[in-house]
Design a protein around this ligand. Sequence first.
Ligand code: ADP
Length: 495
Amino acid sequence: MDKFILALDQGTTSSRAAIFNRQGRILALAKQEFPQIYPRPGWVEHNPLDIWKSQLASCRSALKMADLKPEQIAAIGITNQRETTVLWERDTGKPVYNAIVWQCRRTAEYCEKLIGNGQESLIRNKTGLLPDPYFSASKIRWILDNVPGLQDRALKGEICFGTIDSWLLFNLTGNHLTDPSNASRTMLFNIRTGKWDRELLKLFDIPVQILPEIKPSSGLFGHTAKGLLGVEIPICSVIGDQQAALFGQCCFTPGSAKSTYGTGCFTLVNTGKTPVASKNRLLTTVAWDLGDGLEYALEGAVFVGGAVIQWLRDEMKLIKAAAESEKLAHSVKNSGGVYVVPAFVGLGAPYWNPNARGSILGLTRGTNPAHIARAALESIAFQCADLISAFESDIGGKIELLRADGGAAANAFLMQFQADLLDIPLELPSVPETTALGAAYLAGLHTGYWKDQAEISANWIPVERFVSRMKPEERRRMTANWHKAVNATLSFLPE
Ligand code: ADP
């Protein structure tokens, strides 16, 4: 009887389940969307039960689609949207409040106070993160403050906290566990000691009793309860989504990097067993623990990546579908000197300016929609190139190759321009589901389904490779102009 690995990929807008074979190919992929809840401007919540039900339903449909018996699943891996925070009752498993999603800005003021009180360097040194509502700690604080009596119940050990991995695990197995890649996004985890940090718990006044136990990302997390999928299946990996994509792209050695071109872009570089402190306001994060200690990555995020193409489509009405942007960009020789800086929600690393707003610069009487579309696509690549140069400055070496994935990686104009700008080869994987694949690999490594990382690397086959065709002088000129455009954008502070 052939065996397979099932990966649960719990994302921000949908819960997916994918089944992989030994070659790392997909047999079936099922997906179920769930509602987004926006109680106020800037607030984002999910109903934790929607997350659990949609995840379980997609697992069941994937098994059906692949026409497999549950006995044929050798192991399960879990990957998930990171930082999103759930608190539930230990006895009943009932959530005490909706999940506060990573995007939610409700604790912005609280985080500004932390900075005002001089806590930034403590937080940075211990966690590798910047004080920001994005991470879990301030979200936990908010729930403990806003659900009556909850702090007391938490102190009595009646309440569990978890990121989405822990929430799913609790429902699947009854165990209250997490892994270091997820823990490293809570702002309560010390990335140097590999443990929850007492000083940080005190700073946020969070009772230690609510925290899950931390296990290596590749290892046994328990078995699924029998009634859920038919038989008890071992869960053998847990990893945050971006780190999972880094693993799924086989970026195993220090200096290897991947960039995911989705709504936003997430670029990570493996830094091996050393946490590298960033001088460029990048995040230092745990990549994974394979059971022999923590491995680390540097991470940078672009807030508006593929979203700039959605804007061209939905607001500017320049295109009807995202894919049309490629043809439109190719219809002109160049962007005609136009630069789009899509700072719609501020600028992320390495600029970190929440107040910046977008701009289009360099307009002439001859500027047409194609120039703007081309400049918008180029802006995605410029922003990622800024991250790559920040990585290079932090690690004191050159990134030699970039592996790309995500919805916008389907755009060959964008990929070519990215390779042109970086002057390094850019490769696309034959299996685009790198996040689910990473979780599957980590689970299969633990059970011996895959022997070692070398065997996994051999599965990685590029479906396309882009190399630079740009002249150095052109690269220098365009990069310099992009930085001028960013500076002009940052200097525009309307009253
Ligand atoms: P996420 O996982 O963040 O929801 P996806 O990886 O599914 O995102 O990618 C969706 C994003 O990619 C959208 O912002 C969309 O505008 C962009 N996108 C999809 N296809 C293309 C394309 N051919 N060219 C440019 N952008 C694209």
